[in-house]
Design a protein around this ligand. Structure first.
Ligand SMILES: [Mg+2]
Length: 193
């Protein structure tokens, strides 16, 4: 990887920017799934299929008003010039969550973009960037694997207590720490004469 710090942050959404574990779980439980049977980091259609739940029933059961950003997440994204979301969330829910929160990432990719679990390659292409230019922030081993697959830096959203980092992984404890990983955007050059 380049020694130069990345300039653009790519985020997972659920469990990373958005404290959505409870509403995601509640939707399954409301359809009769035991909470302990639910696993994280998957394409929602795959998890519904695994659990024997109809996808449309799940989407209808999900409370789109319930999830709130993690403390500091809203301020973080508001302070970033360029940022993106790459998520396994269903697009019907994902785009509406972004709209509700007033978040406008440069690129927002949900499960309809990918043939299977999400990847970072399409986002890099859409952003016109290489892997060295981005850091990916996520909350699951699949997020970590996505970054590794393209050679991008990865940091855990350790403010989500569900995260299980490996020993040598970079773990952040507050969203504001993301700013320490990226180079500030270039502003106007100050005159010195
Ligand atoms: Mg997540």
């Amino acid at each position: 990887m380049s020694p130069v710090a990345p300039s653009v942050v790519v985020f997972d959404l659920d469990g990373t920017l958005l404290d959505s574990d409870a509403p995601l779980l509640d939707a399954f439980v409301s359809l009769g799934v035991p909470a302990e049977s639910v696993t994280w980091g998957h394409v929602v259609a795959d998890e519904c299929n695994r659990l024997g739940i109809d996808l449309q029933d799940y989407l209808d059961a999900y409370d789109l008003t319930a999830a709130q950003p993690y403390d500091g997440a809203g301020d973080l994204v508001a302070s970033l010039d360029r940022w993106a979301v790459v998520s396994n969330k269903h697009p019907r829910l994902g785009h509406r969550e972004l709209q509700r929160l007033g978040w406008n990432p440069e690129v927002a990719m949900f499960s309809d973009v990918f043939d299977g679990p999400k990847q970072l390659g399409p986002a890099l292409l859409a952003l016109g960037l290489s892997a060295d230019d981005v850091v990916f922030i996520g909350d699951t081993p699949h997020d970590r694997a996505c970054a590794q697959a393209v050679g991008a830096r990865f940091a855990w959203a350790g403010w989500n207590p569900r995260t299980q980092p490996n020993t040598d992984d970079l773990v952040l404890t507050h969203p504001s720490q993301v700013l320490e990983l990226v180079t500030p955007a270039e502003g106007p050059v100050a005159s010195v004469d």
